[in-house]
Design a protein around this ligand. Structure first.
Ligand SMILES: C[C@@](CO)(OP(=O)(O)O)[C@H](O)COP(=O)(O)OP(=O)(O)OC[C@H]1O[C@@H](n2ccc(N)nc2=O)[C@H](O)[C@@H]1O
Ligand SMILES: Nc1ncnc2c1ncn2[C@@H]1O[C@H](COP(=O)(O)OP(=O)(O)O)[C@@H](O)[C@H]1O
Length: 274
């Protein structure tokens, strides 16, 4: 089976408080985008095949293969189900440590693929429970549709926000910002305006109201980030922001953008939103 674990963007991201478990409570709208890895999971009938093998190609993934989130997801399900041996191959295309949730998507799509491949009959809710234990934004990718998220980013409320047909431009300057590092630069605060209400305003007004709390500290330390954001607005974006804990900056357009030579040394992706 081949599936395509896609990235997400954060539209608005408020870090509202620190939790007793050391994590932070946040409020954000998570929106799926088309930039994706390719994940192949093949059942192995060969009796001497090891229980699970993992290989990857494309972008190189930091850390050893054994800690890959796809393997972690397999092993997690194997605690509760008699899973047949499989070989997993991941073609990594979504930048890593980029605020796009790429690793979390791989984990969630592994859970979904194993569930389907072996007819495990795990409910959506229980798939989300498994995903939650692998990463805070992992559960989002089980349903993989626009959601207002809160708690650790692992609790959801339906949103009517749809940007179908709009264009998105994603610019990743290759700066690896670890999520833990980004959170350490934040002073949490409860926002004065409810993000759900702000997102009901016309998209052209979001610029003044819809904020990503990580921008303040990270833009100070990494000047390339505000430069990219300004260029995206220059290209005619209706709204631009950094996604998650960075370093990807995105723009939403009502037409196909032409990034031309504006973003040398960055990886650029564009596509239509669903
Ligand atoms: C910032 C966000 C916003 O969407 O996205 P990304 O930038 O990673 O895409 C998420 O909160 C990232 O979630 P995720 O990447 O799954 O985080 P995890 O692996 O669970 O945690 C990594 C580290 O980030 C910090 N962390 C994470 C989530 C959270 N709600 N509070 C935290 O303080 C903790 O220090 C934790 O050890
Ligand atoms: N399949 C995977 N894809 C990307 N990163 C992975 C994967 N498996 C494990 N990781 C680890 O997760 C880290 C990326 O997590 P994070 O900083 O939250 O980035 P992202 O924004 O891509 O979710 C990497 O440093 C890497 O060591």
């Amino acid at each position: 089976m081949v599936t395509f674990p896609n990235a997400k963007i954060n539209i608005g991201l408020n870090i509202v408080g620190k939790r007793p478990d050391g994590f932070h409570n946040l409020e954000s709208c998570f929106y799926p985008v088309g930039w994706a890895d390719a994940l192949e999971i093949l059942p192995q009938t060969d009796w001497h095949h090891q229980v699970v093998s993992f290989t990857s190609s494309g972008l190189s993934i930091p850390g050893n293969q054994d800690s890959n989130l796809c393997l972690k997801a397999y092993r997690l399900l194997a605690e509760d189900f008699a899973l047949p041996p499989v070989s997993i191959h991941l073609l990594k295309a979504v930048p890593i440590g980029a605020g796009l949730g790429g690793g979390s998507a791989d984990a969630a799509f592994t859970i979904k693929a194993l569930n389907q491949l072996f007819s495990l009959d795990i409910s959506t809710e229980n798939q989300q429970k498994y995903a939650r234990s692998l990463g805070s934004d992992c559960a989002f990718f089980i349903e993989n549709k626009p959601m207002y998220c809160f708690g650790k980013g692992d609790q959801f409320e339906e949103t009517s926000l749809r940007l179908t047909g709009k264009w998105i431009l994603l610019v990743n300057p290759g700066l690896h910002i670890s999520t833990a590092e980004a959170y350490s630069g934040i002073t949490p605060r409860v926002p004065t305006q409810d993000l759900r209400e702000l997102l009901q305003k016309p998209i052209g007004q979001w610029r003044d109201f819809v904020k990503n709390d990580f921008e303040e500290s990270l833009f100070k330390n990494h000047s390339v980030l505000p430069q990219i954001k300004a260029k995206i607005y220059d290209l005619g974006a209706q709204y631009a922001s950094m996604s998650g804990s960075g370093s990807t900056v995105y723009g939403i357009f009502d037409h196909e953008p032409d990034p031309a030579n504006n973003f040398q040394n960055s990886t650029v992706w564009k596509g239509e939103l669903n």
